[in-house]
Design a protein around this ligand. Structure first.
Ligand code: RIB
Length: 293
């Protein structure tokens, strides 16, 4: 089976559900604080594993209870954690999520995710990059590391799916060296400020894949614009929908599906993922995805 390597963040999500954000100087009550496993990298790895893909996670957690929880959760989901390191100086990253009307506002504290430097990656990989068919990256580890990995993959002839979230304007500089760039609409506008989303995908046919939320996915196939529709569902929590899309899309690509087929497969997975609270709770198994139409 073709193996995927996710290099990225693994964190704990601390989620508070609210009717509204407090105003400046105001204190309000929330019913509960819920704790979920998250981090864009770990979420994407779990999305792949749930769909029966073979996936390794390279990242870093703290030497603490949150770090143990992250590792146990990845292992329970059949993600290989041999390349998940433990920091001796920093705690596990956290994301503080305010869930309001099924949508979210997120503040991240990177913690040990910031220790995923190029030296750390080189050490964890131990010369075994060539084992992988595809590497997935996001922007919750240092930007210098992203550039280093993209160059290593380019030299080794390994495909890279770069999900530039949260947006980093430098992502545009990597277009010559990544196989796919998968921003959402807002990130696309931040990365290519001079271009509309339609112009941007037209400039990068079969490479720039833009997720449009309820409107599906947009790319250009070299001849024309292709919009692959989303699946309508009742959303409970949209946290992690983009990660589910990216994981499922990457898996479909290594399995040899076309861009349109991979987008449709990933749209289904993303739709199912928003039907439960927490980034990973709603991510479907392959059986659940196949049963969904
Ligand atoms: O994409 C969703 C993720 O972003 C959350 O799980 C949270 O960890 C944030 O980093």
């Amino acid at each position: 089976m073709k193996k995927i390597l996710v290099i990225g963040s693994s964190s704990v999500d601390l989620t508070i559900e609210l009717d509204r954000m407090p105003a400046q100087g105001e204190t309000i009550k929330a019913a509960d604080l819920e704790l979920f496993c998250g981090g864009k990298g770990a979420n994407q790895a779990v999305a792949i594993a749930r769909l029966d893909g073979s996936v390794d996670m390279l990242g870093c957690v703290g030497n603490d209870g949150h770090g143990e929880l992250v590792r146990e959760n990845l292992t329970a989901n059949q993600v290989n954690t041999e390349k998940l390191g433990v920091s001796s100086i920093t705690s596990t990253g956290t994301a503080h999520i305010f869930l309001i009307n099924q949508d979210n506002r997120i503040i991240i504290i990177p913690g040990a995710n910031n220790e995923v430097t190029s030296e750390f990656v080189e050490q964890q990989l131990a010369g075994r990059l060539s084992e992988y068919s595809l590497v997935i990256l996001q922007n919750e580890i240092p930007s210098e590391t992203i550039h280093y990995i993209v160059n290593c993959c380019k030299k080794a002839g390994i495909s890279v799916l770069y999900n530039p979230a949260p947006a980093d304007v430098e992502a545009a500089q990597l277009m010559d060296n990544v196989t796919f760039l998968t921003p959402n609409e807002t990130e696309c506008q931040q990365i290519f400020p001079e271009l509309t989303v339609e112009e941007a995908v037209t400039n990068y046919p079969n490479q720039l894949i833009v997720t449009l939320g309820e409107k599906g996915v947009l790319f250009h196939d070299g001849k024309e614009l292709r919009q692959v529709p989303a699946y309508p569902v009742t959303a409970v929590d949209t946290t992690g929908a983009g990660d589910t899309f990216n994981g499922a899309f990457a898996l479909a690509i290594v399995q040899g599906k076309s861009l349109a087929e991979a987008s449709q497969f990933a749209n289904k997975a993303a739709a199912l993922s928003v039907t439960k609270k927490g980034a990973q709770q709603g991510m479907p198994t392959i059986q659940e995805l196949e049963a969904f139409s």
